[in-house]
Design a protein around this ligand. Structure first.
Ligand SMILES: Nc1ncnc2c1ncn2[C@@H]1O[C@H](COP(=O)(O)OP(=O)(O)O)[C@@H](O)[C@H]1O
Ligand SMILES: [Mg+2]
Length: 271
């Protein structure tokens, strides 16, 4: 958790890019811009809690000026460049089993089919379960080196479980060519071994394992399109991050690397 400076607005919480500079802590509460789907999302988060899932913020309210209030979850949130402690095998395993716990509960909750769930990072195949879609390190709270909660459900949308696993793999393996990976992750992370650890700790089925490398490539294409849309809309945070990280060439390189290593990932997952 990075917290900088107490102001009249509260304590600024630094983390994500989408709401950069607009997330504040007030004691036990977090106040942040409400996503378009806030009402449906709050209903879902309350249902998660009702089903005994204690690893997500509990919504507390919506303000008239378009902000939402949720419970603050104490712990550590790693920011880029990611420190070693958040990329250990223990940390990865805890992320896989936490995502599975989320999915097991989410699968039992009916999705609000009328809500305008965001499409940009959503599973193009659709589905009946609400996926988180943005399980990056900045959106996971840790205690004692283990993942204890998922936050920031702004990108949640219906999809297949394997899509959420693919999105999670992108950030946590990470599913990046070595040159791109070392920019924000500790050196020496072994991608096929870590992908297998994520699949095992999640309890991914054989059929989903067979699909996963291809779904990761599709998810990567969706993330690239998401960045392209933000940049085209003139979002300065995304434009700066894109140029600092090496522009579209980096995305080309990642996609080439994924395609070139597809079979290696498949055999690591299924051997
Ligand atoms: N409910 C919460 N509990 C604990 N920390 C939180 C919570 N909500 C946000 N944070 C902290 O604030 C940071 C930014 O918040 P987030 O809602 O993820 O913003 P963004 O939408 O820009 O990604 C997170 O990375 C995390 O460190
Ligand atoms: Mg976030």
């Amino acid at each position: 958790m990075t917290a900088e400076g107490e102001t009249a607005e509260g304590e600024a919480l630094i983390g994500g890019m989408i709401n950069a500079g607009a997330v504040f802590r007030h004691g036990a509460l977090v106040e942040r811009p409400a996503p378009r789907t806030a009402r449906a999302l709050h209903t879902h988060l309350l249902a998660l809690a009702d089903h005994g899932f204690d690893a997500a913020p509990i919504p507390v309210g919506l303000t008239e000026d378009g902000r939402e209030q949720l419970t603050f979850i104490p712990g550590d949130v790693a920011l880029s460049p990611y420190p070693h402690w958040v990329m250990t095998e223990t940390a990865l395993r805890s992320v896989g089993s936490l995502l599975r716990r989320l999915h097991d509960v989410s699968a039992a909750i009916a999705v609000d089919a009328d809500a305008r769930w965001p499409r940009s990072l959503a599973d193009p195949a659709g589905g009946t379960m609400l996926c988180h879609n943005d399980v990056c390190p900045d959106n996971v709270v840790f205690r004692d080196g283990r993942a204890v909660a998922l936050i920031d459900f702004d990108m949640a949308a219906p999809g297949r479980a394997v899509w959420d696993v693919a999105m999670t793999a992108r950030y946590w393996i990470p599913m990046l060519d070595p040159a791109s990976a070392t920019a924000h992750h500790p050196a020496g992370l072994d991608a096929p071994t870590r992908l297998r650890i994520l699949a095992d700790s999640y309890g991914l089925s054989p059929q989903e394992r067979a699909e996963l490398p291809d779904v990761i490539e599709q998810a990567t294409a969706s993330c690239r399109a998401f960045v392209a849309d933000r940049v085209a809309d003139g979002d300065p945070v995304y434009a700066q991050a894109l140029s600092e990280r090496g522009g579209w060439q980096r995305w080309d390189r990642i996609q080439e690397w994924l395609t070139a290593h597809r079979e290696m990932f498949t055999s690591a997952l299924l051997s």
